[in-house]
Design a protein around this ligand. Structure first.
Ligand code: DQA
Length: 144
């Protein structure tokens, strides 16, 4: 099994980007800790992009490969209908998608209270810092 861990805009800046909100770990730190204790035969592919089209193409790739996805859509969460429609293709194909957030967007600015992705996600995990990713991977391994 391969799990794709996809990250949207500005998440490449983790570590120095608002550490009081997002923690002080970089995406590479998160990737390294996700790899610890992965069961035999489970591969993890972590990617980050600031580009909406690239993220959509990665979702299409996951649809075609049948690869379960952990997605932190970052700011695209709140307004990208293009990404939402791509995520709906995963749902249609029966490929699990877990939406994750480091912070709890509901406890923040109003524009973050809406996710256009959640309605087509299998589930959502938010507010636990990098543990959100770990919990999502753990749960994907239970359901695939
Ligand atoms: C985020 C929350 C989003 O509102 C924000 O735009 C991000 C990160 C999170 O992981 O907490 O870039 O998805």
């Amino acid at each position: 099994t391969t799990i794709l861990v996809l990250n949207g805009p500005n998440l490449g800046r983790l570590g120095t980007r608002e550490p009081e909100v997002y923690g002080s770990e970089t995406l590479a730190d998160i990737e390294a800790s996700l790899r610890v204790g992965l069961p035999e035969g489970v591969e993890l592919e972590l990617r980050q992009t600031d580009d909406e089209g690239e993220l959509i193409r990665w979702i299409h790739e996951a649809v075609d490969r049948g690869t379960p996805v952990v997605l932190n859509p970052a700011a695209f969460t709140h307004y990208s209908y293009g990404l939402r429609d791509a995520a709906a293709l995963l749902k249609q194909a029966g490929v699990p998608l877990i939406e994750v957030h480091l912070s709890n967007p509901h406890a923040r600015e109003r524009f973050r209270h809406t996710s256009v992705i959640s309605a087509v996600a299998t589930g959502v995990i938010a507010g636990f810092g990098s543990d959100s990713y770990r919990l999502a991977v753990q749960q994907l391994l239970r359901i695939v």
